[in-house]
Design a protein around this ligand. Structure first.
Ligand SMILES: C[C@H](O)[C@H](O)[C@@H](O)C(=O)CO
Ligand SMILES: [Mn+2]
Length: 421
């Protein structure tokens, strides 16, 4: 019997097991069409970017490791992204940072970027048949050297970063218009203080003023949507982060924009999965940065852990796919970067498929009847249901490597492409 036949046979058996619980496995696979993950371009090159003058990565984020094969040109970044896309089931999106512009016609500073610097990315996305999201890059720059950007008390620097964000939003609107799918523009700034600051209020008032200025121009929602990303702390900014969760949640609610929840940006015992149904009572949509924090915001490769599962389950249980924009945010330079990318994205996708295979209504009924032992027991049983047979069948249907087969594909790419860089 061929491997394909075995996968199909295993799926038929799994389907019966799920059907016995009232779950339609075909329908769960169908639901995966709505799970479009925005692939963060910065996993290809350790958040380096395409500006000629590479600034040292700053802002309290770090890519550790020196595995060979890092992409160093826009062509290599695109080749790596194409490889990643080819190894993932379903349709994803691209999440681009402003430092990844196409500056081959001449590099410009961040306050002078225009649509023309991103046209080749828009065309690339069109060719791939995918949408694109965008990010202002308010770090790795001499005007961020003192740790402040939009909240800076240096008026020249503050205005510089306002202009950058303004331009990024205009570029995002054009991206969404050309690609026919809204571009989510995320603003994250590293601003904060290593030691105890005195004028916390002054910096936060500046940040509010800067965001108001940068977001004064409104764009159609069909073209672009604004998101702001909060953070608890970063390396070198341990005592105060200007853009805290309280600050940005307030700003997002007051302005009806998206709050970006990065699951590495909270106290380790807080779960972003628990926050989704809270914030969605007050904002229309959220943006997620799915990552794996180890003791700090370390941005390790996503794995199928309880935190990621809760995030996916909360979205699927509540039909929130149209209100939650799913992005990733990890960067590991210590292993094959394409391998990191594909493993992490597939892990997130698995969490969504597992969530789609849950008999949610029955579990809610148990909960509402106070049958909490039965709820606990069922949640435990679900963990060992034959999920992998459904995942393998989904990959087979999508024409991408099944199970661990993608490892060999990545090794081949390493031997044929990455080693020559
Ligand atoms: C590169 C990203 O924009 C960055 O990681 C940001 O999203 C973040 O999470 C900073 O800690
Ligand atoms: Mn993030």
């Amino acid at each position: 019997m061929s491997n394909t036949e075995n996968i199909k046979k295993a799926y038929e058996l799994a389907k019966e097991r799920y059907a016995a619980l009232g779950v339609d496995a075909d329908a769960a696979i169908e639901k995966m069409k709505g799970v479009n993950i925005s692939l963060h371009c910065w996993q290809t090159d350790d958040v380096g970017g395409c500006e000629v003058k590479h600034g040292e990565l700053s802002g309290g984020i770090q890519a550790t490791g020196n595995y060979p094969g890092k992409a160093t040109t826009i062509e290599e970044i695109r080749a790596d992204l194409e490889k990643v896309l080819a190894l993932l089931p379903g349709k994803q999106r691209l999440n681009l940072h402003a430092i990844y512009g196409d500056f081959q016609g001449g590099v410009v500073d961040r306050d002078a970027i225009e649509v023309k610097h991103f046209q080749s990315w828009i065309d690339w996305c069109k060719k791939q048949g995918i949408g694109m999201d965008f990010n202002a890059t308010c770090f790795s720059h001499e005007r961020a050297a003192d740790g402040f950007t939009l909240s800076s008390k240096n008026e020249e620097n503050r205005k510089f970063w306002v202009e950058h964000v303004k331009r990024c939003r205009a570029i995002s609107a054009e991206v969404g218009k050309q690609l026919g799918t809204p571009c989510v523009h995320n603003t994250w700034i590293p601003d904060g203080s290593k030691d105890t600051p005195v004028d916390r209020n002054g910096y936060r008032a500046n940040l509010k003023k800067s965001l108001d200025e940068a977001m004064a121009v409104k764009y159609p929602k069909e073209h672009m949507k604004d998101a702001v990303e909060s953070k608890l702390f970063g390396i070198g900014v341990e005592s105060m982060t200007v853009g805290s969760h309280d600050f940005y949640l307030g700003y997002a609610i007051a302005n009806n924009i998206l709050i970006c929840l990065d699951n590495g940006h909270f106290h380790p015992t807080e779960q972003v999965g628990d926050k989704i149904s809270s914030v969605l009572q007050f904002v229309d949509e959220v943006l997620l940065h799915v990552t794996r924090p180890i003791r700090w915001d370390s941005d390790h490769v996503v794995t199928l852990n309880e935190d990621v599962q809760l995030i996916a389950s909360e979205i699927m249980r509540n039909n929130f796919l149209n209100r939650v924009n799913i992005g990733l945010d990890f960067f590991d330079a210590s292993i094959n970067r394409i391998g990191a990318y594909v493993t992490g994205t597939r892990a997130a996708q698995k969490a969504f498929l597992i969530a789609a295979l849950e008999p949610t209504n029955d579990l809610v009924k148990l909960e509402e009847a106070g049958k909490n032992f039965e709820r606990l027991a069922m949640l435990e049983e679900l963990k060992t249901m034959p999920f992998s047979a459904v995942w393998d069948y989904y990959c087979l249907q999508e024409n991408v490597p099944v199970g661990a087969d993608y490892i060999a594909e990545i090794q081949k790419y390493e031997n044929e492409v990455l080693v020559n860089r």
